[in-house]
Design a binder for this molecule. Structure first.
Ligand SMILES: C[S@@+](CC[C@H](N)C(=O)[O-])C[C@H]1O[C@@H](n2cnc3c(N)ncnc32)[C@H](O)[C@@H]1O
Length: 273
């Protein structure tokens, strides 16, 4: 088999959508590895006049943008408060009305815990046309890089994506006991701050304390780290090992597949494990 990547293919990229001035593309950049960008995401980066990007979008990905494109950070930076969602939406509207091709670039998928829905609604109310470009969400693609399949026929018929963001707060709207009772694996986004509270609520709801848990930090990046533990130990392990966001926490039998798959699964740096 040849390894010459310069051999032309039969298909060029001319069939991809055009980025029209005065429109906004809400694009998912995937969990970090630039190889997980979609062709539409690369098109958006190449043609955007203005890129408004979030904290989890790496420089490696931003470097696909045209040299003249204006880059504007709209995420949370070093302890500073995040910009208000309303201000970001208004900025997108302002740029589109000025005739720019506006790329709103988000980590993972824009519609999975990414506020893409809120921004799309704001654009629709302002009469601005937009295109949604889905991305690979960290809870599926990030776990895949850690050799943990979201489903297999032998383990689960359903999978739950949940956020742990409000779990320690007064307004935790998630019924953890109800989720526990489904028996389905739970994939937790933003789960590190309140991991102890979530684990306790799931065990109180009937989940076995020995349920397997994987904490995948910096999934798909060269610095990816996977720690496998159990539900009753997960929060203590995370603290002891200094595991911090961004991390995906997988809870359930799917995690048990990691031991068999990881020794053969090549990661972002081409190593196994
Ligand atoms: C605001 S949410 C955005 C989720 C994103 N829209 C997605 O679809 O993946 C941020 C959370 O996503 C998860 N996350 C995003 N990228 C990650 C990565 N590379 N490794 C681990 N977790 C990640 C973490 O739980 C992080 O706290």
């Amino acid at each position: 088999m040849t390894d010459d990547r310069s051999i032309p293919s039969r298909r060029d990229l001319s069939g991809l959508p055009r980025f029209e001035p005065g429109t906004v593309w809400l694009v998912g950049a995937g969990p970090g590895d630039p190889g997980l960008l979609t062709l539409n995401a690369v098109t958006a980066l190449r043609h955007a006049d203005h890129v408004v990007y979030d904290a989890l979008v790496s420089d490696e990905i931003l470097d696909f943008a045209a040299p003249g494109a204006h880059r504007e950070f709209a995420g949370k930076r070093g302890g500073m408060p995040s910009p208000r969602q309303r201000d970001i939406s208004e900025r997108l509207i302002e740029l589109a009305r000025a005739g720019a091709r506006v790329l709103r670039l988000k980590g993972g998928d824009p519609f999975v815990f990414g506020r893409g829905g809120e921004e799309a609604l704001a654009l629709a109310s302002a009469g601005i046309r937009f295109r949604i470009v889905p991305g690979i969400t960290a809870g599926i693609g990030g776990l895949a890089y850690a050799a943990i399949p979201a489903t297999t026929r032998d383990t689960n018929r359903a999978v739950i994506l949940a956020t742990g963001h409000s779990a320690g707060g007064a307004v935790d709207t998630c019924d953890w006991a109800a989720l526990a009772k489904t028996g389905a694996p739970i994939i937790l986004y933003m789960g590190m701050t309140f991991l102890g509270e979530v684990a306790a609520a799931l065990m109180a709801g009937g989940r076995d304390p020995r349920t397997a848990v994987a904490i995948v930090v910096n999934a798909t990046a060269a610095t990816q780290r996977t720690h496998v533990t159990t539900l009753d130990r997960a929060a203590a392990d995370a603290e002891q090992l200094g595991l911090a966001a961004p991390a995906i926490v997988a809870i359930g039998d799917i995690v048990n597949l990691h031991a068999a798959l990881a020794p053969f699964s090549l990661n972002a740096t081409g190593q196994v494990g």
